[in-house]
Design a protein around this ligand. Structure first.
Ligand code: FES
Length: 106
């Protein structure tokens, strides 16, 4: 279980508890956090689950795979800390994770 803070582009924060094994994207969808579309349902095929991982957690969340990197090319305003949230698996190590959401997903 990890407590994850999702911060919308306008600064609104949503703090939710997400079970281990789910993705950071699923944690948002299941808790009605707005700002993550996840059109492909987590198949790493749409890039509408783009988030910015807080720098303090970049080591814990790991690096994007080659496939994820190529999908990020379809996201807007990609930064060095950009990730596709469907590709980040929740574990106890991510307790306290903060992700910021882009202005839009398209
Ligand atoms: Fe489609 Fe993450 S939900 S790439």
């Amino acid at each position: 279980m990890a407590r994850i803070t999702y911060i919308e582009h306008d600064g609104r924060e949503h703090v939710v508890e997400v079970k281990n094994g789910l993705s950071v994207m699923e944690g948002a969808i299941r808790n009605n956090v707005p700002g993550i579309d996840a059109d492909c349902g987590g198949a790493c095929a749409c890039a509408t689950c783009h988030v910015y991982v807080d720098e303090a957690f970049q080591a814990e969340t790991g690096r994007a795979s080659a496939m994820e990197e190529s999908m990020l090319d379809f996201a807007e305003n990609v930064q060095p800390n950009s990730r596709l949230s469907c590709q980040i698996r929740v574990s106890d190590d991510l307790d306290g994770l903060i992700v910021r959401l882009p202005e839009n997903q398209h």
